[in-house]
Each structure stands twice: as structure tokens, then as C-alpha cells.
Ligand binder design. Sequence first.
Ligand SMILES: Nc1ncnc2c1ncn2[C@@H]1O[C@H](COP(=O)(O)OP(=O)(O)OP(=O)(O)O)[C@@H](O)[C@H]1O
Ligand SMILES: [Mg+2]
Length: 249
Amino acid sequence: MSGAWPKAWKTSTGGLSERADTVLIADRVSKSYATPRGDLRILTDVSLSLERGAAIAIMGPSGSGKSTLLYILGALDTPSSGSVSLDGADPFGLDEAAQAAFRNRHIGFVFQDHSLLPQCSVLENVLSPTLVAPAAERAGREDEARARALLEQVGLCDRLEHRPAELSGGEKQRAALARALIRNPVLLLCDEPTGNLDRGSADTVADLLLELHAARQTILIVVTHSAALAGKFPVRYEMTGGTLVRQEA
Ligand SMILES: Nc1ncnc2c1ncn2[C@@H]1O[C@H](COP(=O)(O)OP(=O)(O)OP(=O)(O)O)[C@@H](O)[C@H]1O
Ligand SMILES: [Mg+2]
């Protein structure tokens, strides 16, 4: 693996002041749900500030709020209070359509269950984010060439016409990774990307993830229960009691 890790990143439970070189800022993000037994608090004043090129892993017990935080950072869920900004933009200030376009343009997601479209080929799946992009941002044959190049990078150039059902679990996750990167996102969010894989496939996907990240200098945040996957990251956090706690190396 190559590429220099950024020198600075930080979390806190207080507020943050914005820095010019920081592209993802979560400031005092809290999340609670109203339940019949009162408010259920999941996240409490989580603050996180990451520069381009940062890579972090988040671990923590089931139900501790890891996915909740990841979805808020990716504007798939809204915080009860606090704010998120990516490259200075506030995704929660946008209407639904603009927010979807923002996610499509700037954020890549990889989920545990790959979420590939079953009726589409691998190549079509990887291209799908470009098809819903605004016309002005589509590049036709160039998009296809990039999709093919990405699929080659993840070792799937001989599976382009396969449907997802015709792929192994590890191959599906590699296709999902290529799809997440097709629009060159600034932020790549992965929720248990190796959770369904055997150790060998998990290692392959994890190494690919880090290689692609190092080459592209996205901000990479991976939520995982796997100590093996988390161990590949230079910076690790534990989600506990609704807050993020940085783990010593
Ligand atoms: N709509 C909802 N209403 C009430 N509680 C919810 C709702 N959605 C999620 N929760 C609760 O939020 C908590 C955090 O869920 P989350 O999915 O973020 O956990 P997690 O850390 O990702 O767990 P896992 O490791 O099992 O994936 C859980 O206890 C869950 O029950
Ligand atoms: Mg989860």
C-alpha cells in the first residue's frame, strides 16, 4: 500500500472550528428517537474532522450507533441536532432532490449486503450512479471506460456481463466498491464491507479498499466488527456510550 496518511484528524465531544484543509466536519452531532418509553439517545455530541486522504475505522458493540453515524455523515439520515459539512456544503440545507444529487456526486457507499441491482450486469451496476447524474455531468463513453478500468482494478474485468447472482460474495463486494468509486467521490463510507465474507475474500476486499483509497485520497470511513479489517487502518475509533473514542495505536 502506498500514499501518505494525513497528519491531523481529531474528534471531540465539543464544538469544532473549521479549518481550510478539512473537508468533512461533523459538529456536535446528536441523534435520538422518540419511543413510547421516552427519548432513546443514540449519539451524543459527536464531533469529527477529517482531511482529504484520511482513513479511519469505527468499531463498537452492536446497537452502539455506528451505522447511524455513518448514515448521517453520508446524508442518508438526519441528525436530531448538530451539523455536517462536506467541502463546506451543508447537505441538510438542501431539498430532497438536491440532497440525492449531492450524495450521488460526492459520496460513495459500500454496504454489507452489496446492494447491487440484480437485473443489471456488473458493468451496468458500476455505471448506474452515472446514469442518474445530471445530464451535464454525464460523460457517456468516458464513464464506461472508467467503469471498465475500475472493474479491472478490482479484478473483475472478466465478469463484466455477469449478473450479481452469478458472482461470489467477494466479487459482489468488489463490484460494489467499483460502483462506489465511479463518480470519484470525496467521501467513501463503508458499513461492514467484509461482514459477509470469509477471511480470504475479506482480506482481498480490505486490501483493495485501502489501495484504492491511497491512490485516490478520498476520505474513507469504515464501520466494522472485524478486528482484522480495523487493524489495517492507521486510526481507529470505538463507538461507546453515544460518543467516538479514539483508540491508541
Ligand atoms: N427508527 C428507529 N427508532 C428507534 N430506534 C432506532 C431506530 N433506528 C435505529 N434505532 C436504534 O439505534 C441504535 C443504533 O443502531 P445502529 O444501527 O446505528 O447500530 P450499530 O452500531 O450499527 O449496530 P450493528 O453493529 O449491529 O450494525 C440501535 O439500538 C437501534 O435499535
Ligand atoms: Mg450497523
